[in-house]
Design a protein around this ligand. Structure first.
Ligand code: ASC
Length: 286
């Protein structure tokens, strides 16, 4: 990666980390300073874990999980290790999100507040269910070594698309949640009279929006994409990337011993073309 490009990446990354970190800090200040604090007793103290776990797990940690492949200093790490980190961060995010929903249901049930009537709750529950499905799909198809390459290549763009839609929807759901909570709980003085808690929590919503926008920018720049594995892609005229690196290297070496120079040269050219394939097995236009 060129130096200007690397610096550009670092600036955006530090900005994203700052906005993500500030979002978590603002959420803690909201529940500890403006609200009742934290506890696990079915009261508002338990409900307050809901925004804390969601902003920390479902927004901040999920955002980082989305961009881990883009950190240039990890490009020398194995793809498998990076997948493990990506999956683990997403699993932590899912556990925190589920715990956050349990806290909200517990609070409702203790206080005899009805469940699942708001748009926030409909979209929120849908997004958690789909997120867990996405996690399971990712685990079985991309992390475990059993799925054929054709299935991986078919599902990869869908996985990327759903992941980004889910992340964006989580942020939209959080914004609905803040609005709901402020309308419910700010009465005296009301939300409409610009009380400090209203302004503070609106600001938290903006911080989260900027965090999401930065993550979205970082993950959509083609020049910051992890380079395709530089593994030999020999003897696969359909352009499928070889997963079993050691085996294909061994095969290529043993085959090459019987090859003429011109055969090797044309293979080298084919290999060069194949390296322009991106992770989804499609030709890269970068
Ligand atoms: C994977 C992986 C990729 C894609 C690719 C098929 O499991 O690591 O880069 O699937 O092989 O699109």
């Amino acid at each position: 990666m060129a130096m200007e490009c690397y610096i550009g990446f670092l600036v955006l990354l530090v900005a994203a980390l700052l906005f993500g970190f500030l979002s978590v800090v603002f959420t803690l200040i909201w529940v500890l300073h403006y609200r009742e604090g934290l506890g696990w007793d079915g009261t508002a103290l338990e409900f307050n874990w809901h925004p804390v776990f969601l902003v920390t797990g479902f927004i901040f940690i999920q955002g980082i999980a989305i961009i881990v492949y883009r950190l240039p200093w990890t490009w020398k790490c194995s793809k498998f290790l990076m997948k493990l980190i990506h999956a683990s961060l997403n699993a932590i995010a899912a556990i925190l999100a589920i715990t956050a929903v349990v806290a909200a249901f517990d609070f409702h049930n203790t206080m005899k507040i009805p469940n699942m009537y708001s748009l926030h709750s409909w979209v929120g529950l849908a997004v958690i269910i789909l997120y867990v499905l996405q996690l399971l799909l990712g685990f079985f198809v991309f992390l475990l070594p059993f799925a054929p390459l054709s299935l991986r290549a078919f599902l990869m763009p869908i996985h990327v698309y759903s992941g980004l839609i889910l992340f964006g929807t989580v942020i939209a759901t959080a914004l609905m949640g803040f609005t709901e909570k402020l309308l419910f709980s700010l009465n005296n003085p009301p939300y409409s009279s610009f009380p400090p808690e209203g302004v503070f929590t609106n600001t938290l919503g903006l911080l989260i929006l900027v965090f999401g926008a930065l993550i979205f920018w970082i993950v959509t720049r083609p020049q910051w994409k992890r380079p395709p594995e530089s593994t030999p892609i020999l003897f696969q005229p359909n352009g499928d990337a070889a997963e079993k690196v050691d085996v294909s290297t061994a095969i290529s070496v043993s085959h090459n011993m019987d090859k003429s120079d011109s055969e090797l040269n044309s293979e080298a050219a084919a290999r060069k073309r194949n390296f322009a394939l991106d992770d989804a097995g499609q030709r890269s236009t970068m």
